[in-house]
Ligand binder design. Structure first.
Ligand code: TTP
Ligand code: MG
Length: 352
């Protein structure tokens, strides 16, 4: 018998925690991001509740645009401590219910639940999980499938508060009509590339020749073809590696003052480190993001030989990555720092 994999993803996570803390926010459009300053704020939307999404507001959108789309929305700055704690409680509910458990981010996890024996039994478990999460004042969407790829696409399929079960014999029928965008690793650039080649729906792609895809995308082409057929062998992996923790800052005005950029970067590193340690993880990849005037954006990444949880270590690498850009004559609009490839800590460390 094949695998049974479940993906659980909390709905509008940061916004839902804020609604739980302050129920008077329920039913109103709510945006979590930095202060919009009557539409003049230069920050970015972390998330929005489903009321706000009706106005077209979504994650990663400039806050000024969100303000224009819905000026009457409530705008709140993120409170990461609160979200970390909520996340920890939900993960603690999920972990003991899985044969193998992988936390894939602050608000999502994969559960290998093969020992339940059938997709029906896994569905019963999913209903139980959803009701436990409701008791936490939050809601989740759950997808169940024969692998991680299908489970993840299924959890997204009927958000919010969804439950979608895709048994192996239904995989092709489920995937075929969906956009190639739902596949893992297909972002806006790959999507555009696939469109240029005439592949719009997963079904179109599943009929492509492997040679053509390899010519266009290299090894990733073969991977795409396997995905389009619903195949994914990747195991549920108990080391949390999938997501990253990041912070970025947009300057009030573009700046040519590198010591200010350096100090701001240090603040980002501090916040990232705090969240990382608070969540109980160490990291191995460190990424610097920098955006110059005119929206010219670059990033630089370093992968360490072994994982770290030390603030000094993160800070040192971040400043080293920044040095690469200091010769530039352009002004800086945004600076950001993120870490990924998480593993459990190897030692206890104080926050600062
Ligand atoms: P997601 O699960 O992608 O989004 P969500 O939970 O807000 O909404 P959905 O119902 O569609 O699942 O991300 C989880 C949290 O991570 C989200 O609440 C805020 C944070 N986040 C950011 O800070 N920046 C981002 O660009 C994204 C996508 C998420
Ligand atoms: Mg979510």
């Amino acid at each position: 018998m094949g695998r049974i994999v479940m993906h659980v993803d909390l709905d509008a996570f940061f916004a839902s925690v804020e609604e739980r803390e302050n129920p008077s926010l329920r039913g109103r459009p709510l945006v979590i991001g930095s202060d919009p300053k009557e539409g003049k704020g230069r920050g970015i939307v972390a998330t929005a509740n489903y009321e706000a999404r009706k106005y077209g507001i979504h994650s990663a959108m400039p806050i000024s645009i969100a303000f224009r789309l819905c000026p009457k929305a409530v705008f709140l700055r993120p409170r990461f401590r609160l979200y970390s704690e909520a996340s920890r409680r939900v993960m603690n509910l999920l972990r003991p219910r899985a044969d193998i458990f992988e936390q894939a981010g602050l608000d999502e996890a994969y559960l290998d639940v093969g020992s339940r024996g059938s997709f029906e039994a896994a569905k019963v478990l999913a209903l139980e999980i959803k009701s436990e999460i409701k008791k936490e004042g939050l809601s989740a969407s759950v997808g169940i499938g024969p692998n991680k790829l299908i489970a993840k696409i299924a959890s997204d399929y009927q958000k919010p508060d969804g439950l979608t079960v895709i048994a192996p014999e239904k995989v092709r029928e489920f995937l075929s009509p969906q956009s190639v965008r739902v596949l893992r690793g297909v972002g806006p650039k790959t999507e555009e590339h696939l469109h240029r080649l005439g592949y719009f729906k997963v079904e179109d792609l599943s009929r492509a020749g492997e040679e053509e895809l390899r010519r266009e995308f290299g090894k990733f082409g073969s991977h795409l073809l396997r995905e389009s057929r619903g195949e994914d062998e990747s195991p549920v992996d108990p080391t949390w590696e999938a997501k990253s923790i990041g912070r970025e800052h947009t300057f009030e005005e573009d700046t040519g003052d590198w010591s200010q950029v350096g100090r701001t970067l240090e603040e980002c590193v501090k916040d990232v480190h705090e969240q990382m340690i608070h969540e109980g993880f160490w990291c191995r990849t460190l990424t610097l993001k920098i955006r110059f005037e005119g929206y010219e954006t670059h990033s630089r990444q370093k992968t360490l030989k072994s994982s770290t949880g030390r603030f000094e270590h993160l800070s040192e690498v971040a400043q080293e990555l920044l040095e690469d850009f200091q010769g530039k004559r352009k002004k800086v609009r945004l600076i950001g720092f993120s870490v990924g490839k998480f593993s459990p800590p190897e030692d206890l460390l104080p926050l600062f």
